[in-house]
Design a protein around this ligand. Structure first.
Ligand SMILES: *[C@@H]1O[C@H](CO)[C@@H](O)[C@H](O)[C@H]1NC(C)=O
Ligand SMILES: *[C@@H]1O[C@H](CO)[C@@H](O)[C@H](O)[C@H]1NC(C)=O
Ligand SMILES: *[C@@H]1O[C@H](CO)[C@@H](O)[C@H](O)[C@H]1NC(C)=O
Ligand SMILES: *[C@@H]1O[C@H](CO)[C@@H](O)[C@H](O)[C@H]1NC(C)=O
Ligand SMILES: *[C@@H]1O[C@H](CO)[C@@H](O)[C@H](O)[C@H]1NC(C)=O
Ligand SMILES: *[C@@H]1O[C@H](CO)[C@@H](O)[C@H](O)[C@H]1NC(C)=O
Ligand SMILES: *[C@@H]1O[C@H](CO)[C@@H](O)[C@H](O)[C@H]1NC(C)=O
Ligand SMILES: *[C@@H]1O[C@H](CO)[C@@H](O)[C@H](O)[C@H]1NC(C)=O
Length: 260
């Protein structure tokens, strides 16, 4: 009886401990940071707003980007999770970056979400290195090093377009990289294969690159890499849930509903 009691106590302890760990993931309430090119009392670049997020952050940070064309590379380091980058709509806010070495938007952190932004790649694209095709660029690079990482990079209602070359949607920067692009417009700037495994050739099974509900000439999936993931019914339902931006609810649910 005694041992049964201690076992029950132990179980309760485990459940509570687990719960506390989970809720620590990304906490509410949101802290909002405004980026604006016209109101200079705010941050004027997206990167400076990200730089202002404290390392080890665990609160959702909502970076609200006012209309404008932001010519910068965006980099979110590992120790700054829980960042939600929201544009003023894909016809109003765009991020343009061209580099032969770097992706437009790089995140190494858990729980990064982008919504309502146009990502534009322009000029000439060059080889990304020995694994990349020549004349090629890339929009996203996501790093996820463990199956336990709740990290993922979600693009919604975005517009991926560009001129002067072709680009991949993403390349794996970690063996479990995870990028989801949905309800977005993809121009013919997107290369038919869509995605690249980088040095994880032969281990593509653990990469999660998903495209659902996109349109435009670059959204044709018929020539995509054959290891792309397709979300099944209930997974997709959960995923589609995030299209309803509800600041009181969904975003705090995101790591649980989408990534676990
Ligand atoms: C930043 O922008 C917001 C909304 O546009 C405005 O209310 C605020 O006064 C601006 N300045 C600072 C320092 O936040
Ligand atoms: C953006 O512009 C395109 C093309 O003009 C239009 O079809 C689309 O509805 C617009 N989207 C939004 C969210 O305003
Ligand atoms: C690529 O981005 C990383 C992270 O922002 C930076 O440290 C590096 O200098 C960049 N490289 C180039 C060639 O721009
Ligand atoms: C993932 O978590 C499980 C359960 O907590 C643990 O057993 C496993 O070692 C972890 N895997 C990695 C790669 O960290
Ligand atoms: C992401 O979250 C998982 C636990 O949910 C943690 O083990 C991992 O270290 C985190 N990754 C980063 C880059 O912080
Ligand atoms: C996407 O962005 C490009 C470049 O800004 C623009 O020309 C195009 O009309 C946009 N398309 C949609 C459907 O939003
Ligand atoms: C995927 O990751 C697991 C560990 O979580 C590993 O055992 C497996 O070999 C990996 N699969 C591939 C195809 O690399
Ligand atoms: C979204 O998820 C929440 C919580 O999991 C659920 O209550 C709600 O019904 C879902 N909404 C849709 C449209 O699936």
């Amino acid at each position: 009886m005694k041992s049964l009691q201690s076992f029950a106590f132990f179980l309760i302890f485990v459940v509570l401990a687990f719960d506390i760990c989970e809720s620590k993931d990304c906490s509410n309430p949101f802290k909002t940071i405004v980026v604006s090119q016209s109101d200079t009392s705010n941050f004027t670049t997206i990167q400076s707003a990200i730089d202002s997020v404290p390392t080890g952050n665990s609160q959702w940070i909502h970076i609200q980007i006012s209309p404008g064309v932001y010519r910068e590379q965006v980099f979110i380091p590992k120790d700054k999770p829980c960042i939600y980058v929201e544009g003023a709509g894909r016809n109003s806010t765009s991020i343009e970056w061209s580099s032969h070495l770097n992706a437009t938007f790089v995140t190494k952190a858990n729980n990064t979400v982008a919504n309502g932004i146009t990502f534009t790649a322009s000029t000439i694209f060059f080889s990304m290195g020995k694994y990349g095709p020549k004349k090629n660029g890339v929009i996203t690079a996501h790093e996820r090093d463990s199956p336990n990482d709740t990290s993922g990079f979600v693009f919604k209602n975005c517009n991926i377009s560009g001129t002067g070359g072709k680009t991949q949607l993403g390349r794996a920067m970690g063996p479990y990289a995870r990028v989801i692009i949905s309800d977005s417009y993809l121009s013919d700037v997107v290369r038919p294969e869509g995605w690249g495994p980088r040095e994880f050739v032969g281990h593509e099974g653990n990469l999660t690159f998903v495209e659902e509900g996109n349109r435009g000439p670059g959204a044709d999936k018929s020539k995509r890499v054959n290891w792309m993931k397709h979300l099944s019914g209930s997974e997709l339902d959960k995923f589609l849930n995030i299209s309803y931006i509800d600041e009181e609810g969904w975003i705090s649910e995101l790591p649980k509903t989408i990534f676990i």
